[in-house]
Design a protein around this ligand. Structure first.
Ligand code: DX5
Ligand code: ZN
Length: 219
């Protein structure tokens, strides 16, 4: 089985040293940097805006996988793209016109992702699958790091894998929330090709990052 793309979520990093943390996960073998953007409205927490993304851009060459947990998202797409996002993912519940939003993300030169909350049905993307580059299955309710993996979402990963394969599309299938060395193989077996992990990467401090990332890739 091919090793998954590992996208550490900097939500679990030391915010007082964000640049160093991003450089450290880069040196430790991360594939992408996952940036969780929260607005205190769509989800009950506040985190990072475009200025922070811009400030981090010189600290790594890795792609920035920007997960927008904000509503509305459309007014901020351009700012995140200009700040250095490579991929931008949005929740269908964040706005009324998902097709317009993903088209706009691609027009801005980024890859477009759609995120499924635990209760979100997969048919949200059925008719716009050609217009997306990434599907992200939340295996926790969005808002906080360090929560437990919701195993019922593995069936959703399988269903999306079947939908992608049936259409012969090259779409990244990512899982986010409660991903650990124990749950990562379950996600990959269900068809995931990318894994977001916060706590499981940043636990133990910089000296542990390389081992933590290796463990998530399957050892
Ligand atoms: C949750 C975020 C996740 C989270 C993952 O709203 O989207 O990216 O930070 O953190 P862990 O891996 O600790 O569950
Ligand atoms: Zn996330």
């Amino acid at each position: 089985m091919t090793a998954p793309i590992i996208a550490p979520s900097i939500l679990a990093s030391d915010f007082a040293k964000l640049g160093e943390e991003v450089a450290a996960i880069t040196a430790a073998g991360a594939d992408w940097v996952h940036i969780d953007v929260m607005d205190g409205h769509f989800v009950p927490n506040l985190t990072i805006g475009p200025d922070v993304v811009k400030a981090l851009r010189p600290h790594t060459d890795l792609p920035f996988d920007v997960h927008l947990m904000i509503s509305p998202a459309d007014p901020y797409l351009e700012a995140f793209a200009a700040a250095g996002a490579n991929g931008i993912s949005v929740h269908p519940e964040a706005g009324p016109h998902l097709h317009r939003t993903v088209k706009r993300i691609r027009e801005l030169g980024c890859t477009a992702g759609v995120v499924f909350n635990p209760a979100t049905p997969i048919d949200a993307v059925e008719w716009i699958l050609d217009d997306v580059d990434l599907l992200l299955v939340m295996s926790v309710n969005p808002g906080f790091g360090g929560q437990s993996f919701i195993s019922s979402q593995l069936k959703k990963v399988q269903a999306l894998r079947a939908m992608i394969d049936a259409r012969g599309l090259d779409i990244v299938l990512e899982v986010d929330g409660g991903v650990t060395a124990a749950t990562a193989p379950l996600c990959v077996a269900a068809g995931a090709t990318a894994l977001v992990a916060g706590s499981a990467v940043f636990k133990g401090g910089p000296a542990a990052y390389a081992d933590n990332i290796r463990a998530l890739k399957g050892g």
